[in-house]
Design a protein. Sequence first.
Length: 260
Amino acid sequence: MKEFQDKVAIVTGTTGIGSAMARRLASGGASVVVCGIDADANRKLQQESNAQGYEIRVELCDVSRAEQVQALVAKTTAQFGGLDLIANSAAIHPFGNTVETDPETWNRCLAVNVGGVYLLAHFGIPEMVKRGGGAIVVVASVQGHACQRGVAAYATSKGALLSLTRSLALDHAADRIRVNSISPGSIRTPMLERSAAHFSPDLPIDTTIERFGAAHPLGRVGTVEEVAELAALLLSDRSAFCTGGDYLVDGGLLAGIGVQ
């Protein structure tokens, strides 16, 4: 039997890591509802999933909007009978320090990146309790541990997710709900490509991403599938004694210091 057989999962984010996690859970037998705000990305993921025979349903949802998240959870439980797993990946990545970042952008970043995780927990955990427990994975970032210049809002949001993960893990351990976070380094996603274009606008994106990869001891950027595989481990019974932790998938990036 597949490890996620008879499990129901909600995944946020329909590009990059989110789409990879949705495919990985579906390939393990889960019924997966994945949501995103980009209609074109949603349509593409639904078409690909249908062609591959995965049981994935793609929904349009802004995870920063309480009424939309509540409706997403209600629709999922009505169709599939409950909720067992949540994988949070939806995020935005504005650039700028605190002076350059306007209040609207700052608030929007925190509302999506942190608020979205809160809202899925707020509406989703009661449904997971009805099923006798479950597991949640939060995609944080190495930027929550040690950040670069010019990403103040994004780094702040990812640091907050590390604390939120611990709080959720402690508060819901008695409900048999495990909560862990993943902190990726540079992973080849549309978000990373936008970062490459922003920080090195005069260079080809592939050239900049190769430079990003060279900063990691393993000498390359990671893949979304590698992150999804770690998420699958943390969502499965194979990690039954793991909760409240943060797990690096960063090619060794945070293992060193900047002195050569």
